[in-house]
Design a protein around this ligand. Structure first.
Ligand code: AMP
Length: 359
């Protein structure tokens, strides 16, 4: 078992080699850690900045054994890590953070909403369905419109369909692949907000100011942070974050997506047990950013301060938008973050910019 705080010079494992893994690896390196990335792609954004890259599937026992030989603390950059990968690592004496409870909750939208409501973090009304007939019955009972989402493996707005009339739920169920679904009441929100929060191994928490988020086609386009909110709303969000962190006995950074409702209540849309795209603004807007904070938490270090020193407009660079880097590099108020991805497919997150403004 590892000794905490993990000393510099230790190796940290990261499951997943995308941009979040890359930015985690860079933050870890700054604190003196080596990083071992486990990733299927031999040429990944994170693998190219890590000390070690193990190429393999996340559930491949040989790859996991290789990772365990290098690192006895492992984290991840995406929530669909197979549960058996975590069990395998734990059986090899590896501490995985955030823990399996957080993963189980984040992997199933029904378990997630049940956990949230039980923890005093409100959500929209919801019900589950496992067949087309049940989906029609549930949609009729809830009263359309309802939003049908796959219980598992949806991201960036993929795997969801609005159902305007109950009988249409059968076709929507089939279109989503005939897999178990959740049906959600529509959230009549005025804004989408998010809060990034962290909990250390000692149970201490650190919470960032709220971000206001704008999506296009289900993909995050821009975040404005700190969002302009009343102290009461900020307080409500912080209480929700604290309940989630405590309820999961959480270690690491969590991203919590919120709906600000017309009546001033905040509802939780979903939680991501990892660093989050709506927290990228912290890199250039806060004292300690979400990536370093996550590394500090999983390594058993004290958490760092989260206060904002700039207002930030974070813009994702999708597809060929990253080709504008020569112009962006000229702008004195713009901080450019590029992920080193080889192919700029449409809609693919290639990088982001943080545009700094005075607080
Ligand atoms: P999700 O994949 O759950 O993050 O949803 C993607 C986007 O769909 C959210 O950012 C919202 O804009 C929208 N959305 C999700 N759930 C609801 C809901 N229950 N009511 C209205 N809009 C929703």
């Amino acid at each position: 078992m590892p000794q905490f705080p993990l000393p510099p010079g230790s190796t940290l494992g990261i499951l997943g080699g995308g941009q979040l893994g890359r930015m985690l690896a860079l933050a870890a390196a700054r604190l003196g850690f080596d990083v071992a990335v486990l990733e299927r792609d031999a040429d990944s954004p994170a693998g190219r900045v890590a000390a070690h890259c193990i190429v393999g599937a996340y559930a491949d026992p040989a790859a996991l054994a290789q990772l365990a030989a290098l690192a006895n603390v492992v984290t991840y950059e995406f929530e669909n890590v197979p549960a058996e990968a975590v069990l395998t690592l734990q059986s090899l004496g590896v501490v995985v953070a955030p823990g399996p409870e957080a993963l189980a909750v984040a992997q199933d939208r029904v378990a997630e909403k049940q956990f949230l409501n039980a923890s005093g973090a409100p959500t929209v009304a919801f019900a589950s369905a496992a067949s087309a007939e049940q989906a029609v019955a549930v949609a009729a009972e809830m009263g359309p419109p309802v939003l049908m989402k796959t219980r598992r493996e949806g991201y960036d707005g993929k795997g969801q369909r609005w159902v305007e009339h109950a009988p249409d739920a059968a076709a929507a169920f089939k279109a989503l692949g005939g897999v178990p679904v959740i049906l959600e009441a529509p959230a009549d929100f005025v804004r989408e907000l998010s809060i990034i929060a962290a909990r250390g191994r000692d149970g201490a928490t650190a919470i960032y100011p709220l971000a206001e988020n704008h999506h296009e086609g289900g993909i995050l386009r821009r975040s404005l942070a700190p969002a302009t909110v009343s102290p009461a709303l900020a307080d409500q969000a912080e209480r929700i974050a604290a309940r989630i962190l405590q309820g999961l006995d959480y270690v690491g950074v969590v991203g919590i997506e919120l709906f600000e409702m017309r009546d001033g209540r905040l509802l939780v849309n979903e939680i991501a047990p990892r660093v989050h795209n709506t927290g990228h603004w912290t890199q250039d807007g806060c004292e300690v950013d979400q990536f370093e904070q996550h590394i500090r938490a999983v390594a058993g270090w004290p958490l760092g301060p989260t206060a904002a020193h700039h207002r930030v407009e974070m813009l994702n660079l999708l597809g060929d938008e990253a080709d504008a880097w020569p112009r962006l590099a000229h702008e004195p108020e713009t901080r450019l973050h590029l992920y080193g991805k080889r192919d700029a497919k449409p809609g693919r997150k290639m990088g982001h910019v943080n545009k700094l403004k005075p607080l």
